[in-house]
Write a protein that binds this ligand. Structure first.
Ligand SMILES: [Zn+2]
Length: 189
């Protein structure tokens, strides 16, 4: 409903959640922080220098926007956002966390697959004043570093102890299982 994706649109987030690399897609597999069969959390390809570590929570299945998005998945999206937010407090020592979700060009949506931004915030960072002026591409190696730090914080228990969450398994081969799991990347950063 109210869709803007072209008929031949190659959805970068669908490729990403399936672990498919594509030279025309900026998001890569190592951007993934954690994933279940319903939800995937990734480091966004573009970031804000005052607030590095912006994460996107996306449904693993393709839905374009809030008009299409099934409300039954909202709890899974929110749970992932909560896990990421608590991990951000641990990893970045941020003073706060903001979430944003955009729909249609007039609503500042730029990828036609529903996604919720989770952003670490700091006292006096003036984030909303820099949304359009300081948005910048982050190299994949740096994104992988953020993914590793956040997944590491989740895995070591800073989140699971608070949510009484299930035990995490550390293998990228464990993706698409029933429960949310972390990835662990062997990247020398
Ligand atoms: Zn998609």
């Amino acid at each position: 409903m109210h869709n803007h994706a072209a008929h031949n649109y190659v959805c970068p987030f669908c490729l990403l959640t399936q672990g498919i690399s594509n030279e025309h897609v900026e998001s890569v597999y190592t951007d993934i922080v954690c994933q279940s069969d319903l939800v995937t959390a990734v480091v966004s390809s573009h970031q804000w220098p005052r607030n590095p570590g912006n994460i996107l929570i996306i449904p693993t299945q393709h839905f374009e926007n809030i008009y299409d998005f099934p409300p039954r998945l909202a709890a899974d999206i929110q749970e992932a956002a909560q896990i990421i937010a608590i991990a951000m407090k641990e990893v970045y020592g941020c003073d706060g966390v903001s979430t944003r979700q955009h729909n249609e060009p007039a609503g500042s949506q730029d990828v036609w697959h529903y996604h919720l931004h989770v952003t670490p915030r700091f006292d006096g960072d003036r984030f909303y004043e820099t949304l359009t002026t300081e948005r910048a591409w982050m190299p994949p190696e740096e994104r992988a570093w953020h993914a590793r730090r956040l997944s590491g914080a989740i895995g070591k228990g800073c989140v699971s102890s608070q949510l009484m969450y299930r035990e995490f398994q550390f293998s990228k081969h464990a993706l698409f299982s029933t429960h949310l799991k972390c990835t662990q990347w062997q990247i020398g950063l």
